[in-house]
Design a protein around this ligand. Structure first.
Ligand code: DON
Length: 570
């Protein structure tokens, strides 16, 4: 276990005092501090260690993401993809390392004899999109990293090689996904030894992943996307009926994108553009809420809950027009046009509008044609990264490629696999998101950065279609209602996604009286199923740093206070 030469970090939420693994060859140097929030203590510790060694927010985000690929196998990954919104100084940009459909993918691949075969887009490697993470992490670092690449990869190498302690939460995930994992002997031999997940607290070593990560530290993405490892991924995929090839892996390229930029409630915001719908849903919702004076209505009152549900209903209806930016039926500019948001805001009455009466408005350029993990990092200079990465379902398609040491995703289920049928997040999707070779599947992930003067907030979450609604509520709690960050993250939340036409409520989010009144206004209210999790960091205008991991996780958050050089201890 990595336990020597530790940096001490201040834990503000999570799992007790945090011990960061040392960075080989790096003495801690004084920094202006920094903050990291992620889903696992070892991953947060990796980010904190990199900040302590003089790395910037991008170095720390990549180190945290790679550590998650080791210690958080349900979602952290090299076999999936994701998105990152980055703010360096005053410049913001976004990296799309979303998976793509393999070259051999077809719109019919998830039907059998003309009938939808929903399991095929979720279980086994036919469900796998071409992984974007190996190239994505390298590209983020190539453009913005400060420390040498090998130093950023080092904590992950060490965790895989020397081992880590299986957390209670990973044990629980393995147990609840055991029937999926047991379908693939390659997976079961590593993750269900003797037919059971290793007990919490047991040491786990991943030698194949350690070798892969060492080669990745030396050679970059080709260590994974070419040669023997790529060939092994192709073989494993074919063995279980997949169409993913080594050539798909080699051809994959991440893409820099212009973030969705908008202003709301006195803050500037940047969030993820297509192929994620997350930023568009966030911006449309804020636009509608501001037009209806949401912030001036009483907190916890019926009016706020009603307006949230009605705004989301409309934003998610329009989501059906979206897909890969190369082939989408509507653009962000069209969906966020002030006239369209005016009309959407005006439509909202005192009563719930049934979703059947909220069609997506057509636009004039129609072409005929969970499990996720989020991390947020801020460094002492105020650079920030919000990064969400995913295999889609927990452990992706369930196939662990032994020679590579990682799981393949089941992101193909994010395409419209069967028109009119809900996917695993209950989303009914549009033709704009139909499968085509090389195309990126529409996402709901919403890594987001907000700033006002010297204040900066980086946040985002996991939870499929609930990601934009959860992210928005944490944002509103922080920027409108001025909650401390951990309270903003912890506060119970609501969710609506157009279809099913249901307002989903976390326990404690609505009083009984509010629930009664909302029912009277025509809302169907149900307890939420599967709560999304948000991890956030913030710098206040006086330089104070905060980090908050979602207590629903539980995740792990840590701060190096500014102007206090990290010191060796132990
Ligand atoms: O991209 C998306 O929207 C989904 N693949 C995200 C999946 C997810 O958040 C599952 N996590 N809990």
């Amino acid at each position: 276990m990595p336990t020597s030469g530790l940096l001490r970090a201040v834990l503000v939420a999570g799992l007790g005092l945090l011990c960061a693994p040392p960075l080989p060859g790096a003495d801690p140097v004084a920094t202006g501090g920094g903050a990291v929030a992620s889903d696992e203590a070892d991953a947060t510790a990796a980010g904190i260690a990199v900040l302590g060694a003089g790395g910037n927010a991008v170095d720390a985000a990549v180190a945290t993401a790679l550590a998650l690929a080791v210690v958080h196998p349900e979602a952290g990954n090299l076999g999936g993809g994701g998105f990152a919104v980055v703010r360096m100084g005053n410049a913001v940009t976004a990296l799309d390392f979303r998976e793509t459909a393999p070259a051999a993918a077809t719109p019919e691949m998830f039907s059998l004899h003309g009938a939808p075969a929903p399991e095929r887009s979720k279980v086994g490697p036919l469900a796998a999109g071409v992984p974007g993470s190996p190239a994505g992490y390298r590209e983020l670092h190539r453009r913005f990293g400060r420390l040498p690449w090998a130093q950023v990869v080092a904590p992950a190498v060490e965790l895989a090689r020397d081992g880590f302690v299986l957390s209670e939460r990973t044990h629980r995930s393995l147990r609840s996904s055991a029937s999926l994992l047991a379908r693939f002997p390659e997976t079961a031999s590593v993750w269900l030894p003797g037919g059971e997940p290793p007990p919490p607290g047991s040491p786990v070593r991943l030698p194949a992943l350690a070798r892969l990560l060492s080669a990745y530290a030396e050679e970059g993405p080709p260590a994974i996307t070419t040669g023997e490892v790529a060939a092994a991924i192709e073989r494993a995929s074919r063995r279980h009926g997949g169409v993913l090839t080594a050539a798909d892996l080699t051809a994959y390229r991440p893409a820099w994108r212009e973030p969705i930029r908008f202003a709301a409630f006195g803050w500037e915001l940047a969030s993820m553009p297509l192929p994620s719908s997350g930023g568009i849903i966030l911006a449309a919702s804020c636009g509608i809420l501001e037009r209806r004076d949401w912030s001036r209505r009483p907190r916890d009152g019926v009016a706020r809950a009603h307006l949230l549900a009605e705004a989301w209903r409309r934003a998610f209806a329009d989501r059906t027009l979206l897909g890969d930016p190369a082939s989408t039926w509507a653009t962000a500019e069209q969906l966020l046009a002030p006239a369209r948001l005016d009309r959407r805001a005006r439509e909202i009455g005192r009563r719930a509008t049934p979703s059947t009466r909220v069609p997506p408005y057509p636009v004039d350029n129609r072409r005929e044609s969970a499990e996720t993990t989020h991390l947020s990092v801020i460094d002492g200079e105020g650079n920030a990264v919000a990064l969400t990465t995913t295999l889609n379902g927990a452990f992706g398609c369930g196939l662990f490629v032994p020679e590579a040491g990682f799981f393949l995703n089941n992101e193909m289920d994010d395409f419209t696999t069967a028109p009119g049928q809900a996917n695993q997040f209950g989303l009914i999707q549009g033709e704009a998101n139909a499968i085509a070779p090389g195309k990126r599947m529409l996402s709901s992930m919403a890594p987001t950065i907000a700033w006002r003067g010297g204040e900066i907030l980086a946040l985002g979450g996991r939870g499929g279609s609930k990601i934009p609604t959860a992210t928005l509520q944490v944002l509103l709690n922080a920027v409108v209602d001025a909650d401390p960050l951990s309270a903003a993250v912890a506060r119970p939340r609501l969710h609506h996604q157009w279809l099913p036409d249901v307002l989903a409520v976390e326990p404690g989010a609505l009083s009984e009286a509010a629930e009664r009144q909302l029912r009277r206004r025509g809302h169907t209210i149900e307890p939420v199923k599967g709560t999304p999790k948000v991890n956030a960091v913030r710098r206040l205008s006086d330089g104070t740093l905060e980090a908050a991991a979602d207590p629903r996780g539980p995740g792990s958050a840590a701060v190096i206070p500014p102007a206090s050089p990290p010191h060796r201890s132990f």
